[in-house]
Design a protein around this ligand. Structure first.
Ligand SMILES: Cc1cc2nc3c(=O)[nH]c(=O)nc-3n(C[C@H](O)[C@H](O)[C@H](O)COP(=O)(O)O)c2cc1C
Length: 173
């Protein structure tokens, strides 16, 4: 079949914004993602999509666990910047943020956070540039009530961009 793709259609898809974390030995890392989805209810399972170049990818592969923090709408760009545009290979992203250790050993970010969950990886799919990790949720907790940060709000109000390692990257933004 000859593909007939209007890329603007992908901008109509809706997402939230999250920080996914993982750890390896004594090192912690995390990154912004727009790709956390619940994939089954019983048992509760979630999936995340992570670029193979990211340090977080290396840590999830090794540890087989990850956490996700649901961010509040008022999360500032100054907080998102290091997690979304810098690599843990160059900076320690945890030196200045509030977090607690989860039951999997993953850091759970508690700053600008509405809720947190942790998952143990049960399966993964190689997508070329990215991997989908599917995990059983082993803990989840509401930290406070509020409106979650959406991808639409990030783009339209915060005027944020998506870097090349994001699955939704567009060369011209
Ligand atoms: C709005 C936004 C959405 C993003 N979504 C994803 C995503 O879903 N998956 C992904 O692998 N990277 C995503 N990224 C890119 C990573 O956050 C970025 O490459 C990060 O620097 C990786 O850090 P690390 O090398 O410390 O793991 C996103 C970035 C932003 C700003």
């Amino acid at each position: 079949m000859e593909p007939k793709i209007e890329r603007a259609v992908f901008r109509d898809l809706s997402y939230g914004l999250y920080i996914v974390t993982s750890g390896s030995e004594d090192r912690l890392n995390g990154q912004v993602v727009n790709t956390v989805i619940q994939v089954t209810s019983d048992p509760p399972r979630v999936a995340v999509i992570i670029n193979k170049k990211n340090l977080t990818h290396e840590f999830i592969l090794k540890s087989k666990v990850f956490s996700a923090t649901v961010l509040e709408e008022s999360t500032p760009m100054t907080f998102l910047g290091p997690f979304g545009f810098r690599s843990g290979r160059d900076i320690d992203k945890f030196s200045k943020v509030a977090f607690k250790e989860g039951i999997t050993g993953c850091p759970l970010i508690t700053e600008h956070a509405l809720s947190v969950l942790e998952a143990e990886v049960i399966d993964q799919i190689d997508l070329g540039t990215h991997t989908i990790f599917v995990g059983n949720v082993v803990s989840s907790e509401i930290l406070k009530k509020g409106a979650p940060l959406t991808y639409q709000y990030y783009h339209q109000v915060l005027r944020g961009k998506s870097p090349p390692n994001a699955p939704t990257y567009e060369a011209k933004q």
